[in-house]
Design a protein around this ligand. Structure first.
Ligand SMILES: Nc1nc2c(ncn2[C@@H]2O[C@H](COP(=O)(O)OP(=O)(O)O[C@H]3O[C@H](CO)[C@@H](O)[C@H](O)[C@@H]3O)[C@@H](O)[C@H]2O)c(=O)[nH]1
Length: 333
């Protein structure tokens, strides 16, 4: 049986990825500190569902705790390490940058140190489309320079990419960085737009629409994202590029891969899909652009498709409807 160590298994993406891998016959060691950034009850419910499976080994603790990851890798010798735990959220990083320093920089350092001591076959680390920052040349492809991050959150994620590259180079660790594009779906994060909008509309309140709605995102449905990640587990970087699109480093078994829907959706269309799913019209507070936010994202997923055969399956209309069905069921219970 193959073993994956996943950090952040009580989180939105970690929970879905662990569910998929367990169903595919993997053993999963899941580390999470149940940080209080958002509703811990939601995190506990996600972990409780994973714990039903005997092949899930939950570990509650912080990435930053010295020796924690080192001990887990020594004990379980995972084939794959998938590092998803992070302090997420663009807007929170404006007020609380230290949270990002600790979780994203020190936490990622501890993952790399543990992998150096006990090398897995493949280490995979979550980065973000926010790394593209002020770039305006869309769609974003991984060869673009990404040097002008707009938030400290994005800066810590970009720093994680360069930290990981140095470890891949020095210690020969095969490493893939994922750049995720606005992921949404059932069991999603309460700080993100879809959750906040649904909660407000269900309570009869108006929704806050930033930048007067003049934004677009490459909204990526969670099942499509998980398909991209699981495909990439098998695409271990070696020493030969797969194509001219490949981002394989010239000096290390390291590449960066976008995972997105590759279809930008205007924010107002996303809201319209939500209104359809909720069978109501939202009252909207049109607000100015928020500090740290970027106006548009759009993933070029050519490399991901070449590496894995990836093709996104779920439209925004369908994905938003599935989120609403989950939300209503969860809060009715
Ligand atoms: N959260 C939030 N977003 C709003 C609101 N009103 C409008 N928005 C807009 O709705 C869009 C989607 O917001 P989110 O779903 O919160 O996602 P995000 O800002 O794109 O960031 C997410 O994706 C990144 C990767 O692309 C992640 O790195 C980040 O952690 C987060 O998951 C953005 O244009 C955001 O400005 C609001 O009241 N709350």
């Amino acid at each position: 049986m193959r073993t994956a160590l996943i950090t952040g298994t009580a989180g939105f993406i970690g929970y879905h990825l662990a569910t998929y891998l367990l169903a595919s016959g993997w053993q999963v060691v899941g580390l999470d500190c149940l940080s209080p950034y958002y509703d811990i009850a939601l995190k506990r419910r996600r972990h409780a569902m994973l714990e039903v499976n005997d092949n899930f080994i939950p570990v509650i603790g912080k990435l930053e705790d010295p020796g924690r990851l080192m001990g887990l890798l020594a004990d379980h010798k995972p084939n794959a390490v998938i590092h998803l735990a992070a302090q997420a959220g663009v807007r929170h990083s404006i007020d609380a940058p230290r949270d990002y320093l600790e979780a994203n920089l020190i936490g990622t350092f501890e993952v790399l140190e543990a992998a150096r001591a006990h090398p897995p076959e493949h280490i995979m680390i979550a980065s973000t489309s926010s790394a593209y920052g002020a770039n305006t040349n869309i769609p974003f492809d991984e060869h673009q320079k990404a040097d002008h991050q707009m938030s400290f959150y994005a800066a810590t994620k970009k720093a994680g990419e360069t930290m990981a590259h140095s470890y891949a180079h020095l210690y020969g660790l095969p490493t893939t960085m994922f750049r995720f594009f606005t992921v949404y779906g059932p069991w999603g994060r309460p700080d993100m737009a879809l959750f906040k909008f649904t909660k407000a509309i269900e309570a009869g309140e108006a929704i806050d629409v930033y930048n007067h709605g003049r934004m677009s995102r490459d909204f990526t449905y969670i099942d499509d994202l998980v398909a991209g990640i699981t495909g990439l587990i098998e695409a271990v970087p070696g020493d030969t590029p797969v194509s001219t699109q490949d981002t394989l480093s010239p000096v290390a078994p390291f590449r960066i891969v976008n995972i997105g829907a590759s279809k930008p959706t205007p924010l107002m269309d996303y809201i319209a899909a939500l209104e359809t799913a909720l069978e109501t019209t939202a009252r909207k507070n049109l607000m100015k652009m928020q500090p740290g936010d970027v106006p548009a994202t759009w993933a070029d997923t050519t490399l991901l498709s070449q590496l894995t055969g990836y093709e996104p399956q779920v439209s925004v209309e369908e994905g938003v409807a599935r989120f609403v069905a989950w939300y209503r069921g969860y809060y009715a219970s």
